[in-house]
Design a protein around this ligand. Structure first.
Ligand code: GDP
Length: 721
């Protein structure tokens, strides 16, 4: 954002309201380097909001707001950008001007939280594939995440101009690796250097982009113009073949079309497109397009496809939430009560704290008093901002189906619901994975000390996978996140945006502790010191929960053995003891704690005494139940030439890896494994030297597992020494 020069402009737009069926909230999801940024750039160019073509390679793109992103060439922060596209002819939907809100999703695995939260609020996605690399590891991961959130998708096979581009191979990879049904709507004319256009199989038309209008930063594009022609004779047979497959796939999802198809009657194009739209919205089919964003070929038809096949807010089921223990629905529409989900918080140097909201129902007004139903707090928006690629627009109202950044909300964080105070519905929050790596951070000077606290607070508020805690023994501040790159970028932001100089220790694996069995424990804190004493006494039970199920506190005190007011302090003591760790200082997770008995003293009992008793009791119970260490296990996929496969597997095996198997993909072999995070520091370097730089690893967090005994002993004794 530091690089964003645009200033706020008060734009008075009358009748800004766009019909709900003319809105598309989409995201572009892809493996890093597949061309997401370039494609977004081109979309913004063709939708008329940027007047220069940006180039990723030169670091001038508009969606990559922050300086580090420019330097690293990766997109970290998802920004929602509003653009307009005119559909010129009736298709599966009416012609007209459509509002497309593009929610930028990051392409790097260290930022899964960003991907998850974007997926939660968008209605449809474009999956961008590299026509040579085909389906890559992260594509698979993000595809599964999109499945989880039922996000309908279209597929764009990008880089058709690249050496080794293989359209049919990519289709096969989509079927095999994603288990999805791609439906070809356009196929390439020529390939690699001779790629010059596409054939639309349903329209039986060809689109040719003349010349080689490759992107040169700062130059106005000439390749925006394309010509529609008859399908070249030599491609007619190929078109009919794809067309038959496409119609067959659509017929399988639609009774009317099936009957015509079986009866030998060809359904008309409008019918086919409408049925395909329905099947796409149900995620039964995935319309597939091709092109080259870099060479400006195929992007306009892709924009048409976004409008034609991806859902508008009213095509999807109403959002549901909880109110007074009941599940309720909110239909999209401006006359419904307001319900909105906060999906991102950013600190903006120009306007301060920005909370990004997806409005599911109702209207949000600037200056309106609203209600944060997750926290039960009144909140007021002061201003509402729509972000365009090159400009911010202040609006007085934001409507159902829109995505808007609100200024003025103080307490709302990612995952919270903002709603009408008379209808305080709570939408389902967003779940985030736990961080796997941590490091100690220390301010360089005294003056950095205060700024450090503030910076850490703000950054963790923006990013729920970035956590801060202090080590009770050393007093050090420990930050944790999803990977080394993730933490590196946050430390970098701290320096740039908050002016904090800090030194960091070396990254450490974020171990956890958990209990093995069921046990009871007692905590008794009694002090008799002259006058007023201290008295807290409780019994509790600990019980293991499933991996990743977290912590639960249950109160089963009967007959007032402990007065109600002392139960929350007991819980506080338990939570504190668990987060400080019992075995080796790592947080204890995945267990339930039930307090079931105790005693109290009329005069001496206090909150603090029960807090200490709770802490003592849970430590006692957990020790009796047996404690073990858990470690993060990474999903590792190594792409290597066949000849190095043996070496790669041998090396992985020496790292306590579990080898899951190997796969052939094109000329490469993929080794699939699960490896403890503790064993793969410096892996990239070792792999490079092992394979003369020809193998590439892909690593992402998978799950937590118990650390083998002999290794756990070493970790524990190292912590204690
Ligand atoms: P992202 O990581 O998915 O955002 O991908 P980028 O848009 O940053 O692109 C990664 C690299 O691929 C850059 O060097 C682009 O210039 C290049 N690239 C993007 N689209 C194309 C394309 O259509 N053809 C070719 N040959 N290269 C492309």
């Amino acid at each position: 954002m530091a690089g964003q020069k645009a200033s706020l402009s008060q734009v008075v737009t009358k009748n800004r309201e766009v019909a709900l069926d003319k809105i598309r909230n989409i995201g572009i999801i892809a493996h890093i380097d597949a061309g997401k940024t370039t494609t977004t750039e081109r979309i913004l160019f063709y939708t008329g909001r940027t007047y220069k073509l940006g180039s990723v390679d030169e670091g001038t793109t508009v969606t990559d707001w922050m300086a580090q992103e420019r330097e690293r060439g990766i997109t970290i922060v998802s920004a929602a950008i509003t653009a307009f596209w005119e559909l010129k002819q009736d298709s599966s939907v009416e012609h007209g001007n459509y509002r497309i809100n593009i929610i930028d999703t990051p392409g790097h695995v260290d930022f899964t939280a960003e991907v998850e939260r974007s997926l939660r609020v968008l209605d449809g996605g474009i999956t961008v594939l590299d026509a040579e690399e085909m389906v890559q590891s992260q594509t698979e991961t993000v595809w599964r995440q999109a499945d989880k959130y039922h996000v309908p998708r279209i597929i764009f096979v990008n880089k058709m101009d690249k050496l080794g581009a293989n359209f049919d191979g990519t289709l096969a990879a989509v079927r095999e690796r994603l288990g999805a049904k791609p439906v070809v709507l356009t196929f390439p004319i020529g390939s690699e250097q001779s790629f010059r256009g596409i054939v639309s199989v349903l329209d039986r038309k060809a689109y040719i982009w003349e010349g080689d209008p490759s992107a040169v930063s700062g130059q106005v594009d000439t390749g925006a113009v394309y010509t529609e022609t008859e399908v070249p004779e030599e491609l007619v047979a190929q078109m009919e073949k794809y067309r038959a497959q496409t119609i067959e796939a659509i017929a399988e999802t639609d009774q009317g079309i099936l009957e015509k198809y079986v009866g030998g009657v060809e359904p008309d194009t409008h019918e086919l497109k409408s049925a395909l739209r329905r099947a796409t919205i149900k995620s039964e089919l995935f319309p597939t397009f091709c092109g080259s964003s870099l060479r400006n070929k195929g992007v306009q038809p892709l924009l048409d496809a976004v409008v034609e096949y991806l859902p508008s807010p009213i095509d999807l089921p109403p959002v549901t939430g909880q109110w007074n223990g009941n599940t309720e629905e909110r239909k999209p529409g401006n006359d419904e009560p307001l319900s909105a989900l906060a999906f991102k918080v950013q600190t903006d140097p120009h306007v301060g704290r920005l909370v990004w909201l997806r409005i599911y129902s109702g209207v949000l007004k600037a200056g309106q008093e609203t209600y944060n139903t997750t926290k039960n707090r009144r909140e007021r928006t002061s201003r509402l901002v729509l972000m365009h690629a090159d400009q911010r627009e202040l609006v007085s109202e934001a409507y159902s189906g829109e995505i808007v950044a609100a200024v003025g909300l103080r307490e709302t964080v990612t995952g919270d619901t903002v709603a009408d105070s008379s209808y305080p519905l709570v939408l389902e929050s967003i779940a985030f994975p736990d961080p796997v790596i941590s490091l100690a951070i220390e301010p360089k000077t005294r003056s950095d000390q205060e700024k450090l606290g503030e910076a850490l607070g703000k950054l963790s508020e923006e990013d729920p996978t970035f956590r801060i805690r202090s080590n009770p023994e050393t007093g050090q501040t420990i930050i944790s996140g999803m990977g080394e790159l993730h933490l590196e970028i946050l430390v970098d932001r701290m320096r740039r945006e908050f002016g904090v100089e800090a030194t960091t220790g070396s990254p450490e694996v974020a171990y956890k502790e958990t209990i093995k069995g069921l046990a009871e424990g007692e905590g008794k804190y009694i002090r008799q010191t002259g006058g007023h004493g201290q008295y807290g006494h409780c019994f509790l039970k600990v019980e293991p929960k499933g991996r990743g199920e977290g912590f639960e506190f249950i109160n089963k005190i009967k007959g007032g053995a402990i007065p109600n007011e002392f139960i929350p302090p007991i819980e506080k003591g338990v939570v504190e003891a668990l987060s400080n760790g019992i075995l080796a200082g790592y947080p204890v997770v995945d267990l339930s704690v039930t307090v079931f008995d105790g005693t109290y003293h009329d005069v001496d009992s206090s909150e603090i005494a029960f807090k200490i008793a709770g802490s003592m009791a849970v430590q006692d119970a957990a020790r009796k139940a047996g404690l073990v260490l858990l470690e993060p296990i990474m999903k590792v996929e190594v792409t290597t030439p066949e000849e190095f496969m043996g070496d790669v597997i041998g090396d992985l095996s020496s790292r306590r890896a579990q080898i899951l198997g190997t796969e052939k993909r094109g000329n490469s072999t993929i080794v699939l494994a699960r490896v403890p995070l503790a064993e793969i520091s410096g892996y990239t370097t070792t792999l490079r030297s092992l394979t003369q730089g020809r193998a590439n690893p892909y690593v992402e967090p998978s799950h937590y597992e118990e650390v083998p005994n002999n290794i756990a002993e070493k970790i524990i004794s190292a912590k204690k020494s």
